[in-house]
Write a protein that binds this ligand. Structure first.
Ligand code: MV4
Length: 447
């Protein structure tokens, strides 16, 4: 692999360029008309403007991207996360053009992207699922039957969904018909597929995911877990590794469950297996992500492994060099996603960064595309980057995050930096006790 096209923007495009540089691989960036001065455009060896600001005109334009691929003579495409990263049709087109898509095969993306299919693989591999419908539920009468079997609360999810969009929680039978219909029409509207399925709803679980790595030679390992319970409107905002509630034994069990799923579908590339963990320490498979994730740095910090470099090496056909999974992790890492948004309304706040100071010192890492004078365009996700800290234990990581958040200054636009300080210093968070409902409770309490 000599040259890679990065079909993305923002901090992840920068992250991929950094990995390529260290591997001695050339980089080709693409950008939209509003991203000509973006950091990824500037840092890459070459950059091609592929279209107007709206994503579908640029970062989602397969025709434009493949034209750049053709003229720049690249060997592979790294899709990052979001945009085309989990688009099996795009992965298939790459295959037809003999360009390596850095990720699993089109068939694996398609199969695992359908949550009903993914759950079937997990069930066949002997991994525990939440009670619910084994297949998509098409009719209201069928939904009623499933509900009578599993009880309330239950949740209706889109088979083609992801990240919580279109999910409907149902607390009692009188809500069922209506929410079922809304779920179906939203599934069609958001994902182009009306299929929905039903699961028992866990009220305050932890969202714990296992990072896996699988090469083309049948070697699969896991790199422990990340706790991603701190979310707002299904946007993760703080992640950490390891999960404060997961001990060695549980890590081994969750890791093995993830490996069984990966092996069952002959998985190749990096992947993330998502579980819900309940108060009794029971974990349930919910879905699998076939991309590099936003929160990958916390795993890198506690394992010392560069996941993006490994992902590229796997795509190049190399064998995994480390063949043992991690039950022993080094210290503790926490990540705060820094967003350009209003502190009260959470509405995105694009604009020019008139001044910024990024923290440094021991155990501090910034993965970001911002610089002094950078203009944050209104057309994309509001995430400016991530502040990641590592410490010998959770307490040191928390103290570091607190100090790094104090040092971090971004002028000219509104950010969620102060919100992070509030969460990091909240007694429940400090005790490691926050489940997925924490942010909603915090905001409802008016503090
Ligand atoms: C659930 C759940 C509880 N029970 N499924 C949200 C994102 C998607 N990946 C899976 N998600 C969840 N699925 C069942 N059966 C809880 C979540 C969930 C969540 C729900 C409400 C508010 C915040 C949440 C944060 C993480 C996960």
């Amino acid at each position: 692999m000599r040259k890679i096209l990065i079909a993305n923007r923002g901090e992840i495009a920068v992250r991929i360029i950094r990995a390529c540089r260290e591997l001695g691989i050339g980089t080709v960036a693409i950008c939209s008309t509003v991203d000509r001065e973006a950091l990824h455009s500037r840092l890459a060896d070459e950059c091609y403007c592929v279209g107007a600001a709206p994503s579908r005109k640029s970062y989602l334009s397969v025709a434009q991207i493949m034209s750049v691929a053709a003229v720049s003579g690249i060997d592979a495409i790294h899709p990052g996360y979001g945009f085309l990263a989990e688009n099996h049709k795009f992965a298939h087109i790459c295959q037809q053009y003999k360009i390596k898509f850095i990720g699993p095969s089109p068939q694996q993306i398609k199969q695992l992207g359908n949550k009903v299919e993914a759950k079937k693989i997990a069930a066949a591999a002997g991994v525990r699922l939440l009670q619910g419908s084994a297949d998509p539920v098409a009719a209201e009468t069928e939904a009623l039957q499933v509900a009578r079997r599993i009880g309330y609360p239950l949740i209706i999810k889109a088979a083609a969904g992801g990240g919580g969009r279109g999910m409907k929680i149902v607390h009692a039978e009188e809500q069922l018909k209506n929410r079922f219909r809304v779920a179906q029409s939203e599934a069609e509207a958001f994902f182009g597929n009306p299929q929905v399925f039903i699961e028992r709803y866990l009220t305050s679980p932890r969202h714990v995911e296992i990072q896996i790595m699988a090469d083309a030679h049948g070697n699969v390992i896991h790199l422990g877990e990340r706790d991603c319970s701190i979310q707002r409107h299904h946007q993760k905002i703080i992640e950490e590794a390891p999960c404060p509630l997961v001990n060695k034994k549980l890590r081994l069990r969750m890791g093995n469950a993830a490996l069984k799923i990966a092996r069952a579908c002959n998985y190749e590339s990096l992947g993330t297996v998502e579980f819900l963990l309940d108060q009794n320490g029971t974990f349930y498979f919910i879905e699998m992500n076939t991309r590099i994730q936003v929160e990958h740095p916390v795993t890198e910090m506690v394992t010392g492994i560069d996941l993006v470099k490994e992902q590229i090496k796997i795509a190049a056909g190399e064998k995994l060099t480390r063949l043992t999974s991690f039950t022993q992790l080094q210290g503790h890492a926490i990540e705060c996603r820094i967003n350009a948004e209003d502190a009260v309304t959470f509405v995105p706040s694009p604009g020019k960064i008139t001044d910024c100071h990024l923290p440094g010192g021991p155990g501090v890492r910034i993965d970001s595309m911002i610089y002094n004078g950078y203009r944050v365009p209104p057309d994309y996700d509001s995430m400016l980057g991530k502040l990641i800290v590592h410490g010998q234990d959770r307490e040191e990581a928390l103290a570091r995050m607190n100090r790094a958040l104090q040092e971090l200054q971004i002028e000219g636009i509104k950010t969620n930096i102060n919100f992070h300080s509030k969460v990091i210093n909240h007694p429940a968070f400090r005790r490691g006790e926050c489940s997925t409902g924490f942010i909603a409770e915090l905001l409802n309490s008016g503090k």
